[in-house]
Write a protein of this length. Structure first.
Lengths: 339, 339
DNA sequence: TATTGGCACTCGGGACATTCGAGTGCTAAC
DNA sequence: GTTAGCACTCGAATGTCCCGAGTGCCAATA
């Protein structure tokens, strides 16, 4: 059974190691942290921790380094978080206050998160499943080009350009637009495909080909939203933290370019302690992420959790700070989307 | 005066160094490149080149490495380019064929360019100066929220959300929209601010506050387009090429995060030989780019040069390949935007 | 005059030996 | 349960040596 002090020692080791990037010895430990005991006692505790595989000595006679399991215990017992400094808070606020469109808000939020944490930050686009169609707009761009705009109730707009094989008249566009709107307005996005099933029967056979081209575009637009998008920032931080990865960081870079992988990872995450989900080192089965930690939290749109945001970095990261930052950005983002 | 063969030697040194990343000696040179002379002769040539500061020896007795000046001469004399392989060409085509919206096209193009060159690729958004207003759409999103859509003739759409301080009626929106459209349709974007100068006088004093809020948003939307945006891809490649930079790469990373710097750099570039602009190493006055090369080319929208694309990487890059790639992507991009 | 073979010379880097010290584990005493 | 003391370990830093790729130079040659 682990003593209370042993846990404190573990905590100190993690803190020290995160700060110095060097294996921590018993002496430096008693020097900088005020345990009331001697280094020999700490050594005993460290022996215990090592038995429990919470820390490990890289070389026979050198300081100790936390294991994944050690980090895990550390974060699970992590009571008080490092509160964000006031400049940090104001950075978030000023970055996110202005009422911009969704793209802008997410782009800024992800940058702030990357900056605050010095890690790679990512934010999923809100899922559209529950959003409803506010209106469908058709804007003629040239003789046979029409722009389809799908306006959703959370102020998102999806656009798609349609190239008709033949010229299209203004009246025809107006007619289709009116009929589409009466059909779709207020309906949930998921029901759109089945709603437009028989739509083209409303039109004379001569114009059906044009209508069906248009419907194709509509379906495509809806589908495009199902494949979830992701914004990423701070890939540069990876290079800064390169020293924290013993092996090559290329697998990580590749995972990031392949956003699919990140989306899957985020979706698999479940929030746990402190409302934040964590996968530490080998807890990621994915090869190439063995030395990385992924952190995530959900955020809300109209008081409903719609997507996740998070970050990815070396296992040796400042958990306390990063958890605070992820929480804060998630909270602010939710607040903005609610308005 | 430099002999003809000396130039060939320089060319060979550059090629060899680019490939092997190792200083090039006279022996390896005669081995792999079929000059009809002995290594001693090559050594004489190399001495000349060194006198001209085109190459330099890192250590007293080791092979030579091209200087910035050497690279410059190399590219200026670069006659034949390495043609893209057919898989490379088809990569570009398949990536860029589908008719998507501008965001999508640029995002894909920049990724292709990064992939082809293994460098950091960037593409400026097309300038809007000459584009014309096709229509202005106002879509009501909630009781006092309206979405302003500015549809331009090159199928770009800019959107901005307006929060009115009081509720807004559908008729009012329709009226404003109709009047705005007659005023602005077909007009150049640059003239919009002055055109709407007295617009609010068309309305009863009671609704003028709402109108002016709307006009503010319109001006903002127009302005937002003047600050040029940039898409970047392949930052991961930087880490892969890290070995090519003797100093830290953090200044580079910072420049990339601060897109403003990149935009300025791109704007300063002037295309030269082969239609591509180059800044090699210290030719960039900017600190932190002393070991980097920036390459750029313009691309066209509707047969008019509207913006630049380019890449950034270590001076020790494959110029021949990269110039081909930049040219090719610029050409394809122009072709797509023309359609 | 341009080219070449020959040769002495240089110097970076790898192999190996040595030292230093931070840190450990253990034991005996408190 | 804690502590002082001590022998021990091993990584990292330092020093020495040597090898060989590569150079510059010179005298000989076509």
């Amino acid at each position: 059974m682990l003593q209370n002090r042993s846990i404190e020692v573990l905590r100190a080791i993690v803190q020290e190691y995160i700060q110095t990037r060097e294996p921590v010895g018993s002496k430096t430990l008693v020097d900088r942290h005020d345990f009331g005991v001697s280094s020999a006692t700490i050594r005993n505790d460290m022996a215990l921790l090592e038995e429990e595989q919470l820390i490990v000595a890289p070389h026979t006679s050198s300081g100790r380094v936390p294991t994944d399991k050690g980090y895990r215990l550390f974060v699970d017992r992590l009571a008080e978080l490092k509160p964000l400094s006031s400049p940090e808070r104001s950075a978030i606020e000023t970055f996110l206050d202005s009422s911009s469109d969704l793209d802008e808000v997410l782009a800024r939020a992800v940058k702030v998160l990357a900056k605050l944490t010095n890690q790679i930050a990512m934010i999923q686009y809100p899922a559209l499943g529950s959003s409803k169609v506010r209106s469908v707009e058709l804007v003629s761009v040239s003789e046979n080009k029409v722009l389809l705009l799908l306006v959703l109730d959370n102020a998102r707009i999806e656009q798609h350009q349609i190239d008709f094989t033949s010229g299209i008249s203004g009246e025809f566009i107006a007619e289709v637009r009116a009929k589409l709107n009466t059909l779709l307005e207020g309906r949930s996005l998921t029901t759109v495909p089945e709603l437009i099933q028989d739509f083209e029967n409303n039109f004379a056979p001569a114009s059906r080909s044009a209508v069906s081209q248009l419907l194709d575009a509509l379906v495509k637009t809806v589908d495009a939203n199902r494949t979830e998008k992701l914004v990423v920032a701070g890939t540069g931080n990876l290079a800064r933290n390169e020293g924290d990865f013993s092996h090559s960081i290329t697998p990580l870079l590749d995972a990031i370019e392949e956003q699919v992988v990140l989306v899957r990872l985020l979706n698999e995450m479940q929030s746990e302690h402190l409302g934040v989900g964590l996968r530490i080192g080998r807890e990621n089965q994915t090869d190439g992420l063995r030395e990385a930690t992924i952190m995530s939290a959900g955020y809300q749109d109209q008081n409903q959790e719609v997507a996740k945001l998070g970050l990815i970095g070396p296992t040796r990261m400042d958990y306390s700070l990063n958890i605070s930052a992820v929480q804060a950005v998630a909270r602010y983002l939710s607040k903005i989307l609610q308005a």
